[in-house]
Ligand binder design. Structure first.
Ligand code: UGY
Ligand code: MN
Length: 241
């Protein structure tokens, strides 16, 4: 039973992290959206150097073009981006300067990450990338078969961010508390578990969003009878200064 109407929530906003649970989501269209609305999870107003939102799109709805690069991951539905059809589990990186519209063919829910591209001398900017999650090889993290990673964005210095899916079998966990310079935007896609953020431990489940600031201590362990899976963004391949 939810006690949201009595002022209770699992959500928490701390100096170095945000846990945003679905009962606290607020929807509003962003400029250029038609037949679509956004739940903005991470933005510069939070301290993040990227923007992440969930776009909820009606059939025929669209996201307007933007100047910065855009990553898309389809959680549900069918969309068209840069003349490519994306279905549930498909993803795309639209490079900076790509003025294409993103349109929904059916009712869709899409992870959208927008980031100003950080150029590197002598390195060409990435071209359009389209892929499907299950076509990406799953690799055990640090040799642990209970925790598997798919790197959706190819390795290489022309990309200045990474987006991975991480799947934990029940009982699987990160082998250490990580503390690192990269920040994260994370959306829980399946299952449940305990997330340590800073000095706090949170029950988390599918639908939750987490932002982790640089150096936020972080650890996750999966609970329940089914695997837990999340989509995780980090800044990547660039010098800290
Ligand atoms: O890529 C990562 O830093 C990842 N292992 N972090 C995390 O799952 N919190
Ligand atoms: Mn991490």
């Amino acid at each position: 039973m939810s006690f949201a109407h009595l002022g209770s929530t699992r959500s928490s906003h701390q100096r170095n992290h945000l846990l945003q649970t679905p009962d606290t989501f607020v929807r509003a269209p962003l400029p250029g959206m038609q037949g679509a609305t956004a739940i903005v999870h991470a933005a510069p107003a939070l301290g993040a150097k990227f923007v992440q939102y969930t776009a909820e799109m009606q059939p025929g709805g669209q996201l307007g073009p933007i100047h910065s690069q855009r990553f898309l991951y389809v959680m549900e539905g069918d969309i068209t981006a840069a003349q490519h059809q994306l279905r549930t589990g498909s993803y795309a990186v639209l490079p900076e300067g790509d003025a294409s519209l993103v349109r929904a063919a059916s009712a869709s829910r899409v992870v959208v990450i927008e980031k100003k591209y950080q150029a590197l001398d002598g390195v060409p900017i990435p071209t359009l990338l389209v892929g499907h999650e299950t076509d990406v090889e799953e690799r055990p993290l640090d040799g642990d078969p209970a925790l598997r990673v798919r790197m959706l964005v190819p390795e290489g210095p022309n990309y200045d961010f990474a987006v991975n899916t991480m799947t934990y079998d029940p009982g699987g966990s990160l082998s250490m508390v990580e503390i690192h310079v990269m920040e994260h935007g994370l959306l829980m896609l399946e299952g449940q578990g305990i997330y340590r953020l800073g000095d706090l431990w949170y029950p988390t489940a599918a639908g939750d969003f987490i932002w982790m600031a640089p150096y936020c201590p972080q650890w996750f362990g999966a609970l329940g009878k089914t695997p837990a899976k999340y989509l995780i963004y980090k800044d990547w391949n660039r010098r800290p200064i």
